[in-house]
Design a protein around this ligand. Sequence first.
Ligand SMILES: O=C(O)CCC(=O)C(=O)O
Length: 281
Amino acid sequence: MRDMNVRASTLPGFAQSANVRRLTEAEKAQYARDGYVKNLPVFSEDGVAELQALYRDMAARMPDDIDVNKVNNWHKASARVFDVCRTPAILDYVEDVIGPDIMQWGCQLFVKHPGDGSVVPWHQDAQYWPLNPHRTVTVWLAVFDTDAENGAMRLVSGSHHEGDFRHETNDAQNLVLDQEVPEPLIDYGRVVSMDMKAGEMSLHDDGLLHGSLPNTSDRMRVGFTMRFCPPNVKCDLDVWPNFETYVARGEDRLLLNPRGFVPSGERHPVRRFQHSSEFAG
Ligand SMILES: O=C(O)CCC(=O)C(=O)O
């Protein structure tokens, strides 16, 4: 029977880099040990131009009173975003970390305009998410070059082995998230700046401490993130009633979570948690 949760790409797909590859054994070991890998090539120069055009189109769709950083699940709303999340090179890298059956449940932009002051406080994703086991991997795709000056993501290498860190509420306006791990708990000797060229991506473990500082440059900084997990990850729907998964590759033999409707048009999310049926038509 055809699976209505899966759609072969209807678009030609953005041009991939000539350097796409699989993770090396060293990178797989690094992911297990340090919780991340970075500078994985995905898109060519032409592909980057297409990605940047898509980002501008997504940003232009957002109503003025809604912060693009505070909405999620673009893959439920936009067919083009859905297809970008199925770029073969991206799924190859993800497969090398979580195996052949890949479910997608999230897709969010992290945008820093020059001088906007926005900060992502130190946090562990898994502490925000009612998902078990903690097996989600994040793809952070650089839409523009990113470095310390424009607020590249930073992470604490190996911190995913150290259990749950204490998070405190901080409602400051410039924070993209309202829970933060206090600064004194951060081991700055192990902080890595996730510098990348546009069209490259990183992978990080959901237990890893990470965050980012303001963009002090005159350049845009945009991370296009996608959240993928194996089918054995289950969501507590009492906490996230609109949680849905999509089979990005392979099969979902366990059916532990509701499955989303595949988008056919170009809509945009307006909240963090929306059901895919809201984007139909
Ligand atoms: O882009 C950033 O600064 C933070 C991204 C993030 O928190 C995430 O991908 O989980």
